[in-house]
Design a binder for this molecule. Structure first.
Ligand SMILES: Nc1ncnc2c1ncn2[C@@H]1O[C@H](COP(=O)(O)OP(=O)(O)OP(=O)(O)O)[C@@H](O)[C@H]1O
Ligand SMILES: [Mg+2]
Length: 149
């Protein structure tokens, strides 16, 4: 028997915590330490981008990723659902850092930041990033190459 999408949805998703231009965020009913970010329209790439960035950044820059980014945990096959650690809205702007990593300046509005369990400000929406603009200066510079077979 086919699983009814509505029933599974209610089983997995609890209260809606917020919405952005492309995604809605729900508390995960199965684990209240996490949220599920749902793309409203498909095809969509923000969940993919965020998950991929978390994987790459936490692999290559572990300490910085853990300091600044809310960890992603799981991505559904088609990218519609992303499980991320939960954080809380910024109520007191004095917790916001005066300086943030350059690539996170792309979309530095307060709704894209939250506080983690320890009260520290962290970025919860890093899908719209600045990396390509930062790359511009040196990534297109011509350099000698040794071709491999
Ligand atoms: N990890 C999280 N914990 C708690 N709430 C969250 C989390 N991630 C997102 N939210 C809430 O959901 C809202 C929408 O999420 P997000 O900003 O990622 O969506 P978006 O559609 O990409 O936003 P934007 O309009 O900035 O592009 C956030 O503003 C925030 O209120
Ligand atoms: Mg956002």
């Amino acid at each position: 028997m086919a699983v009814q999408e509505g029933e599974l949805w209610e089983f997995v998703l609890a209260d809606k915590l917020g919405s952005g231009q492309t995604r809605d965020t729900y508390l995960c009913a199965l684990n209240s330490e996490t949220v599920v970010k749902v793309e409203r329209e498909l095809p969509a790439f923000d969940n993919f981008t965020e998950f991929d960035l978390w994987k790459n950044m936490s692999h290559n820059f572990e300490a910085q990723a853990k300091r600044w980014l809310v960890p992603c945990r799981r991505l559904s096959q088609g990218g519609k659902y992303l499980v991320m650690d939960r954080c809380w809205p910024i109520k007191d702007w004095s917790v916001l850092p005066k300086r943030i990593p350059a690539w996170l300046k792309a979309d530095a509005h307060v709704g894209n930041w939250g506080v983690d369990r320890s009260g520290r400000a962290v970025c919860l929406d890093y899908a719209n990033h600045y990396i390509f603009r930062l790359m511009k200066a040196n990534a297109w510079k011509l350099e000698p190459v040794k071709w491999r077979a």
